[in-house]
Design a protein around this ligand. Structure first.
Ligand SMILES: Nc1ncnc2c1ncn2[C@@H]1O[C@H](COP(=O)(O)OP(=O)(O)O)[C@@H](O)[C@H]1O
Ligand SMILES: [Mg+2]
Length: 261
């Protein structure tokens, strides 16, 4: 099977040469969920941002190769790359509040990219937004569209962020600690939703988390990052039953024993 995305030897460094992401290589297949786990500061977010060309400009990004959907990203113009990423990769941020503009109704935030990239009318975009909000479990999409972010709970806002990421029917979702700001019940709901999106629409997901427990029931494959390096990679089951790297073993030991669910 052809991969959906492949990046080879990704390196991200500061102006004075400090390596923040060190020679990372990985791929992701259609319909696959991969978890990127590791302690805070290990380079997970920067790795995700590199894939959508959103690494802060004070840092230097290098890779030998980046292929996505059969395109060699280095051969595309800046505009072509921006367009491909905007249309085919949805990014779900960690901070549920800050991502949404506080003074704009949801309907005015959810349709922008759709109208711009697909040259669709506002009416068509509202229709698509309703369809997606309904598909992800809102019983009254109209009400959500006419709300301001502050009228919604943290879990609702994160589901709206997921809806925004889904508007252009992407092939890949990158979710960066999407549930960290949420309580544990809402966390489970958001993860079930992502799971449902993956299974029903066969959308690949990169799920970034510092919490191995969250990826256990969700990711097919796990990349373990420490100090900017991918130190271990494997099927989720084998990471949990037969970890190879000392760092992975430490991460596993740090998981409190919870009743399985
Ligand atoms: N814009 C930046 N300038 C300098 N250092 C940065 C910048 N962004 C992130 N870093 C550093 O890069 C490292 C990796 O960051 P990040 O990818 O956000 O880690 P993680 O998501 O795993 O917690 C951290 O040490 C962080 O302080
Ligand atoms: Mg992070």
């Amino acid at each position: 099977m052809n991969n959906l995305l492949e990046i080879e030897k990704l390196t991200i460094s500061t102006a004075n040469g400090k390596l923040l992401v060190d020679n990372s290589s990985f791929e992701i297949f259609p319909g696959e969920v991969i978890g990127i786990v590791g302690e805070s500061g290990s380079g997970k977010t920067l790795t995700g941002k590199a894939l959508v060309n959103a690494v802060p400009p004070n840092l230097k990004v290098n890779y030998h190769r980046y292929n996505f959907l059969g395109h060699d990203m280095q051969q595309l113009s800046k505009e072509e790359k921006t367009k491909l990423i905007a249309q085919e990769i949805g990014f779900i941020p960690q901070n549920t509040g800050a991502f949404l503009h506080p003074l704009l109704k949801i309907k005015n935030q959810i349709i922008d990219a759709y109208c711009y990239h697909l040259k669709q009318s506002k009416q068509q975009a509202y229709h698509k937004a309703e369809e997606i909000l309904e598909a992800i479990g809102f019983t009254n999409p109209q009400h959500i569209l006419n709300s301001y972010p502050w009228e919604l709970s943290g879990g609702m806002k994160q589901r709206v962020n997921i809806a925004i990421a889904m508007m252009l029917d992407p092939k890949l979702l990158i979710a960066d600690e999407p549930t960290t700001a949420l309580d544990s019940v809402t966390q489970k709901q958001v993860i079930s939703l992502l799971q449902q999106i993956n299974q029903e629409k066969n959308i690949s997901i990169i799920f970034i988390s510092h919490d191995l427990r969250l990826v256990k029931y969700f990711a097919h494959r796990i990349l373990v990052m420490s100090l900017g390096k991918i130190v271990e990679e494997g099927q989720t089951k084998s990471i949990f039953t037969n970890p190879q790297h000392e760092y992975t073993k430490t991460l596993l030991k740090a998981i409190p024993h919870l009743p399985s669910h």
